[in-house]
Design a protein around this ligand. Structure first.
Ligand code: NAP
Length: 320
């Protein structure tokens, strides 16, 4: 089968498509025939070698995919050959024609979702759910600011917050992206490239401020975020690519909370809870993954360049 391999950490061009041995499941394991693989920013951090967790080389990137069960190992009881599934993690990586998973890493993919949409579920939707409901404990009626709403996590967060009856502000860097955010349920959209865009938050919320901020680029925005929080507001740091100076008094005066989250810290049991909740949202149509770009597997290097560029508009997926 064909798989993307990284033999040395470095630039996107270090990912090459290779012929590798076909996979066979061990006890409790499942081989999935991958129809689409999701591209996440974390895949690029790991590939470049800057990420804290360094896999053994050669390495096939990817935790997210959707496809069809090809074979099951001894003791697998919940899945059979031919079942449509999406992954939440993989033993061998998902940028490939086949991926090997533990049974708990697989979830049924509803018929109404395409394989490409299935590949856009795991990291984005699990992260948005974790941040919004488990870390920020956001509730209906709350004002939510999704700072960076046009990408995988942001779109998922907008759909969730809207469905839960929150009042939603989303930001995007392009008009196309902001239109997408509006279509997905944001009440208001702002341009995070305008220097004073957060000044509008007080007006939009009638001077209440926002109760919750989901922050995709904390190293740029955290200081300003703290100034537009409501009393008892919560910021969840989802993404950050550097350092920032803040004024701690902004946290004191609002009795605010700055919380972090990292999806890899989520336990197996918490992950099962999250995917059970996601299933309901996909089934009733309130969650709907948006695929912005599809590329052939061999274009993985291009996909890694694209995912780090400004101008996000939904997810990037690879088709093996
Ligand atoms: N903590 C975790 O467990 C976890 C899990 C998943 C993702 N993440 C991180 O969260 C971030 C978003 O992930 P993703 O999958 O949604 O990535 P993505 O699809 O590449 O989207 C990136 C988002 O960041 C936005 N952005 C760019 N400049 C910004 C700015 N100045 N202020 C606010 N937002 C800005 C982009 O908007 P425009 O392109 O429209 O400018 C886009 O909405 C990444 O840094 C990722 O590594 C963390």
């Amino acid at each position: 089968m064909k798989a993307i391999r990284v033999r040395e950490f470095g630039p996107p061009e270090n990912m090459r498509i290779e012929d590798v041995p076909t996979l066979h499941p061990g006890p409790g394991q499942v081989v999935v025939h991958v129809k689409a693989a999701g591209v996440n920013p974390v895949d690029t951090y790991i590939r470049s070698g800057i990420y804290a967790r360094k896999p053994n080389l050669p390495w096939t990137p990817g935790s997210d995919a959707a496809g069809v069960v090809e074979s099951v190992g001894e003791g697998v009881t919940g899945l059979s050959v031919g079942t449509r599934v999406y992954t939440s993690g993989s033993i061998t990586g998902t940028y490939a024609e086949q991926t090997l998973c533990e049974e708990y890493q697989l979830h049924p993919l509803l018929q109404k979702l395409s394989f490409e949409q299935g590949a856009a579920i795991n990291v984005p939707y699990a992260t948005a759910y974790r941040a919004l409901f488990q870390r920020a404990e956001a509730a209906s009626g709350d004002w939510i600011l999704v700072n960076g709403a046009t990408g995988g996590v942001g779109v998922a967060a907008i759909q969730m917050a809207h469905a839960a009856g929150m009042r939603v502000i989303g930001t995007g860097g392009t008009e196309k992206g902001r239109n997408l955010v509006k279509e997905q349920g944001a009440d208001h959209v702002l341009n995070h490239h305008e220097s004073d865009y957060l000044d509008q938050v007080q007006r939009l919320t009638s001077d209440h401020g926002v109760d919750v901020i989901l922050e995709m680029l904390a190293n740029v925005n955290l200081d300003r975020d703290l100034k537009v929080l409501a009393m008892n507001g919560r910021v969840v740091v989802i993404g950050s690519r550097g350092r920032i100076e803040i004024a701690p008094r902004d946290i004191m005066s609002r009795e605010a909370t700055v919380a972090g989250m990292l999806l890899t810290n989520v336990t197996k049991q918490e992950m099962a809870t999250i995917h059970a909740a996601l299933h309901v949202g996909f089934a009733n149509g309130t969650f709907n993954p948006i695929v912005g770009k599809q590329m052939p597997l061999a274009d993985a290097p291009l996909a890694h360049h694209e995912v780090m560029k400004p101008g996000a508009c939904g997810k990037i997926v690879l088709n093996p």
